[in-house]
Design a protein around this ligand. Structure first.
Ligand code: ADP
Ligand code: MG
Length: 543
């Protein structure tokens, strides 16, 4: 029975030494029981100790540092706390959570990050009590004199290892050096790489408490894990087949690099998937928009790097795909932790090449995860799964919807034609767009799409004409009789669109697609002479 005390005694937020107004705010948020890191860190931090806290993502670290910080903050007319976070999204997330926690306090919380006008932030900082920001931008404000440090009582480093990964170590050190020594420092990190240990030794007090919350073992968790072994060129095909078979309602797909993200997004979009990418090179507005779309369900898939996805808190992710395995085991745990949240079931698929099998085994051993070998669905299996969905949809319409206005035409059709043929044709017209691309062969072979041989084409129809990636692909496919895999890098603009096709088929597309109609609009197709996605050698020529 010698388990952790808080399970046995049902510890509450009342027991942690927090003031009334904070307990009330927590109550309003609906938190009933402190999480392990909160139970252990809050009393220690309230007593004034520095903390090195280690716990998995999603364990409530924000409140673990936020609550004691707000509880003990003395300064009310100047900046009393600085919180460093690795990305704009995380800074905003921490900001939003702190706003909720300070519901009954008169504290002004300001988030600062790159990509937003610095003078507006400088103005906001004049009235700030708590500042949350990315290290680069915080340092920028310090250097400009926008962020006076003399009154700072608290310094928090959130996701310190990620800030290290993002190359912020020098900025972090400079900030730590500049803030008065009497301050209290709370450092949180999922892992403890040597540089973070060194930083803690150097800038935290000697009696700093190291609190480690053991990672939950993956066995018996609600996340189903499978791996699929393919050749390097078959990753995309395998991913698409898994998606088409499982039909996930929301999935995050991980790549190692920003370029990997961009390439995969382009390839998936060309096949008609609702997908966008997220990585550090994108503007803040772009990333927030993407995240918002993913959260409200208008975007089904998000392709991300580890850093961009770290800590992002989205419920209802049914699938995590490791399109490429991560660099380290810790990241694998973080990645798959994006699904199966709040006791729901989740699925984590890893697509690996034979060379990566050794590393996967290592992951399996360390995480004690039950990662089972799976088979990429065959074309027939995918069709069967789709047909089952179609049949269910039809059955539910028969049962629950009013289709009486179609009864007459249905009677006519079945009088003139065999009823099976009638139904099959209707299904064909209804569902042809649900099959995302041509599975040309059952063998996992993806045609090599060499961008070197791409030709960029201009289409004189755009969003205004109701053009979408899918309608454009279908238009090209149906008119020029080419495969969807030969069509890529589609950009739909307001009044026109661009698309790349193999040079072997570009004449055919030009000839067959010119003069046809997309949504009643007659389209003109030309070889594009001026576009950023042209080959780099043609750009050189132009210079
Ligand atoms: P971390 O920083 O460890 O990844 P967060 O601080 O972002 O975790 O918290 C994850 C989610 O859990 C947030 O939505 C937060 O509001 C919620 N949360 C935090 N503490 C509790 C608690 N004690 N009870 C219930 N939910 C909590
Ligand atoms: Mg966090």
């Amino acid at each position: 029975m010698k388990k952790r005390g808080y399970y046995m005694t049902k510890l509450t937020f009342n027991d942690l030494g927090l003031k009334e107004s904070l307990v009330k705010a927590i109550d309003d948020l609906g938190f009933t029981t402190p999480s392990p890191i909160q139970a252990e860190a809050i009393p220690v931090a309230i007593s004034g100790n520095d903390i090195i806290g280690q716990a998995q993502t999603g364990t409530g670290k924000t409140a673990a540092f936020g609550l004691p910080m707000i509880n003990n903050l003395k300064i009310k007319n100047a900046i009393g706390s600085i919180i460093l976070a690795p990305t704009r999204e995380l800074a905003i997330q921490v900001h939003d959570e702190l706003v909720k926690l300070t519901k009954y306090e008169k504290l002004n919380i300001v988030a600062v990050y790159g990509g937003a006008p610095i003078h507006l932030q400088a103005r906001d900082l004049k009235r700030a009590n708590i500042v949350v920001g990315t290290p680069g931008r915080v340092l920028d404000h310090i250097r400009r004199g926008n962020l006076p440090l003399s009154s700072v009582e608290f310094l928090v480093l959130d996701e310190a290892d990620e800030m290290l990964n993002m190359g912020f170590i020098d900025d972090m050190e400079e900030i730590m050096k500049s803030i008065p020594d009497e301050r209290q420092t709370l450092l949180f990190s999922a892992t403890m790489p040597p540089q973070i240990k060194k930083l803690s030794k150097k800038y935290l007090k000697e009696d700093a408490q190291h609190i480690v919350i053991a990672r939950k073992e993956m066995t018996g968790s609600t996340i189903k894990q499978n791996f699929f072994e393919v050749n390097g060129t078959q990753r995309l095909e395998a991913l698409c087949r898994l998606i088409d078979f499982d039909n996930p309602s929301a999935g995050i797909i991980f790549c190692r690099t920003k370029k990997g993200v961009d390439d995969l997004v382009a390839a998936m979009q060309a096949r008609g998937y609702m997908v966008e990418g997220m990585h550090g090179d994108m503007s803040q507005i772009q990333r927030m928009k993407t995240l918002a779309k993913f959260k409200n369900g208008s975007l089904k898939f998000l392709v991300a790097t580890d850093v961009a996805a770290r800590g992002i808190d989205v419920d209802g992710v049914t699938h995590v795909f490791n399109y490429e395995l991560p660099q380290d085991i810790e990241s694998y745990v973080h990645r798959i932790g994006r699904t199966g949240r709040a006791g729901r079931e989740g699925t984590a698929y890893s697509i690996i090449t034979p060379k990566e099998f050794g590393f996967l085994k290592q992951i399996k051993n360390v995480t004690k995860g039950n990662i089972e070998k799976g088979n990429v669905p065959t074309v027939q299996e995918i069709y069967n799964a789709k047909f089952k969905l179609m049949a269910n949809e039809v059955a539910s319409i028969i049962e629950a919807e009013d289709y009486s206005k179609f009864v007459d035409v249905a009677t006519q059709l079945t009088e003139n034609h065999d009823s099976v043929k009638v139904i099959a044709s209707l299904l064909q017209s209804q569902f042809k767009n649900q099959l995302s691309f041509d599975y040309s062969s059952d063998k996992l072979e993806t045609p090599k799409s060499s961008k070197e041989n791409d030709v960029r084409l201009f289409f004189s129809a755009g969003r205004r004409d109701g053009l979408t990636i899918k309608t454009l692909i279908n238009y090209i496919k149906n008119n020029a009789k080419v495969g969807a895999s030969q069509i890529r890098d589609i950009d739909i603009m307001e009044n026109f669109a661009f698309v790349n096709v193999d040079n072997t088929i570009h004449k055919q597309v030009l000839e067959k697609c010119t003069g046809g109609k997309i949504n009643k609009r007659r389209v003109n197709v030309e070889v594009s002479t001026n576009n950023k996605k042209r080959r780099s050698n043609s750009r050189k020529k132009a210079q």
